[in-house]
Design a protein around this ligand. Sequence first.
Ligand code: FDM
Ligand code: MG
Length: 234
Amino acid sequence: MTKRGAFIVIEGLDRSGKSTQAATLLKRLQDAQSPAKLINFPDRTTAIGKMIDSYLRSESELDDRAVHLLFSANRWELAKSIEETLQSGETIICDRYAFSGIAFSASKIRPGTNSYPLLDYSWCRAPDVGLPAPDMTIFLDVTQEVARARGGYGEERYEKEGVQRRVRDVFERVAEEVEGSGGRWVLVNADESEEEVQKVVWDTVKEIIGGIEGPIEKLWDDKREAGNVDALYM
Ligand code: FDM
Ligand code: MG
């Protein structure tokens, strides 16, 4: 049986070194003659992506639910091409995915208060159910102190300490849930040097870059009991 490519997601907070690590991993795979490509979410090049980009730059305002659904739609519009790429035997390294979608939206607070969520966790998760599931998610965990020492955050909407702190909390819940549903979530200490993190990332992915034998799983697609399905169509 021919193997398909591996679907590797890299997640983390801003300043965790995600994009740098993703690019380095791509290069190492290519150097090892292992076909691979790098994608990232949000993909700001599509029509939906352009709306997201404008929102993130604070050039436009959008309802919190509307923008959440746009982020998800941006993944769905690329889902088929992800599957085709994997089936063709090419590995995908993906800089952010549905987990960022939940973490950033579910950590939003009600205006004028200090409490969240504004959007319910399970509501945030729902639109991404059924997307191609990663074979492995590498979470680059950076502390606030180190993020600050790396020059702090940029100018975009979510690049603020308060936001990042809350997002980190929600990511912990996402991690538990991914592991609970049989997914692989690998926590990497991203406070370490770029080289050190590279080493850990490479050691982690080595085993799957030769390809994967099973089918592409679906994200959080909990099988309904037959009885429930029947009830649904009665
Ligand atoms: N982000 C990213 C979300 O809020 N939801 C999502 O589904 C995704 C994929 O977009 F602040 C946020 C996370 C980040 C911003 O991402 C832009 P990059 O990777 O920093 O460009
Ligand atoms: Mg960013």
